[in-house]
Design a protein around this ligand. Structure first.
Ligand code: A2P
Length: 264
C-alpha cells in the first residue's frame, strides 16, 4: 500500500484566541503559536482558511506580535468581496486558521545598517509589522530614537496603533526604553483630526519633522522602514531616496527597506 504523502511545508492549524474589531474596515486577532514557529519581528507569513474545494485560501500577513510573544497577532483589513477577508472577518475565539511555516520579509532590523534614528512610515494595515517591531527590545537596543507614523483615512482607523503605543510605557520588558525613545505620529486624510495629511506630503513640506522637533531625513543618522499600499510605498520611497537613503535587503543591509501591506 502506498503511504500518504506528508507535505512538511503544509500550514499548521492554529486556534483563534481573541478577535477585536476596530472599524468596519479593520480588525485584529490573536492565535496560538506552535513552539517550532520562529520568525524575526517585522516578518510576514502566509495565513488563511481552508477553502470549500479543499484548496486553502492563503494570503501574506505581517505578524503584528513581537518575536518573543507566545501567541501570534495579526491586523487585517476587511474586504467585502475579498476571497479570504470576507470570511476571515467572521472568525471567533475557538475557530481555527491556517498558519504557513515560512515567515520571511525585509522589514527587519537585520536589513538596516546601524544608525541613530529609526523611522517607520505606515498607512492602513501597513502598521502591522511595526506593531511587532515596537514591542521588540532589540529595536531599542539598536536605535536611540524610534519614530513610528500611521496615516489612515479616518480617526477610528488609528485606534489599533494608538492603543498599542499608549500601552508600551507600562510594558515590563520595554517600558523603560519606550518612554525615552519612542515618538508616535498619527494623521488622517479624510476626517478632521489634530494632524491632517498624507505622510508623503508631511515629509515633503517638512511639517512632520517640524512637529517632531527633528531634522529632515539624513542618510548619516536615519534609517527608514516603509509599509503601506503600492502607491504609498513608491511615493514614500521616492522621497526617502531623494533624501539620500538607499534601499537595503537581508542580503545587503542599507539605509531603508520597504514592504507592501496585505491588501486583498
Ligand atoms: P488618501 O485618503 O488621501 O487616499 P487606504 O485605506 O486607501 O489604504 O489608505 C490609507 C491611507 O494611505 C490614507 O490616509 C490614504 O490617503 C493614504 N495614501 C493613499 N495613497 C497614498 C500615497 N500614494 N502616498 C501616501 N499616502 C497615501
Amino acid at each position: 500500500m502506498e503511504k500518504p504523502k506528508i507535505n512538511p511545508n503544509a500550514p499548521t492549524l492554529e486556534k483563534v484566541l481573541s478577535v477585536k474589531h476596530y472599524t468596519d474596515r479593520l480588525f485584529a486577532f490573536r492565535t496560538t503559536r506552535p513552539p517550532s514557529f520562529r520568525f524575526r519581528s517585522g516578518e510576514f507569513v502566509m495565513i488563511g482558511l481552508p477553502g470549500d474545494n479543499g484548496k486553502p485560501i492563503l494570503r501574506a500577513y505581517s505578524v503584528a506580535s513581537p518575536a518573543w510573544d507566545e501567541e501570534l497577532e495579526f491586523f487585517s483589513i476587511k474586504v467585502e468581496n475579498g476571497p479570504l477577508t470576507s470570511r476571515l472577518q467572521k472568525i471567533q475565539p475557538g475557530d481555527e486558521i491556517l498558519l504557513g511555516k515560512k515567515p520571511t520579509g525585509t522589514l527587519v532590523l537585520d536589513a538596516l545598517l546601524p544608525g541613530k534614528r529609526l523611522y517607520m512610515f505606515s498607512t492602513g494595515t501597513g502598521f502591522a509589522p511595526f506593531a511587532s517591531l515596537v514591542r521588540d527590545p532589540e529595536t531599542y537596543e539598536k536605535f536611540e530614537e524610534v519614530i513610528v507614523t500611521h496615516t489612515c483615512r479616518e480617526v477610528a482607523e488609528l485606534n489599533y496603533s494608538r492603543d498599542l503605543i499608549a500601552s508600551l510605557p507600562d510594558d515590563p520588558l520595554i517600558g523603560e526604553f519606550v518612554r525615552e525613545k519612542i515618538k508616535y505620529f498619527a494623521s488622517t486624510t479624510r476626517e478632521q483630526s489634530d494632524n491632517m495629511g498624507r505622510i508623503t506630503d508631511l515629509i515633503e513640506t517638512g511639517a512632520l519633522f517640524e512637529h517632531l522637533g527633528l531634522p529632515p531625513l539624513n542618510p548619516d543618522t536615519d534609517r527608514v522602514m516603509i509599509c503601506g499600499s503600492m502607491e504609498m510605498i513608491n511615493d514614500t520611497k521616492a522621497l526617502t531616496e531623494k533624501a539620500g537613503l538607499t534601499e537595503g535587503s537581508n542580503a545587503k543591509p542599507d539605509t531603508f527597506v520597504v514592504e507592501k501591506a496585505f491588501v486583498g
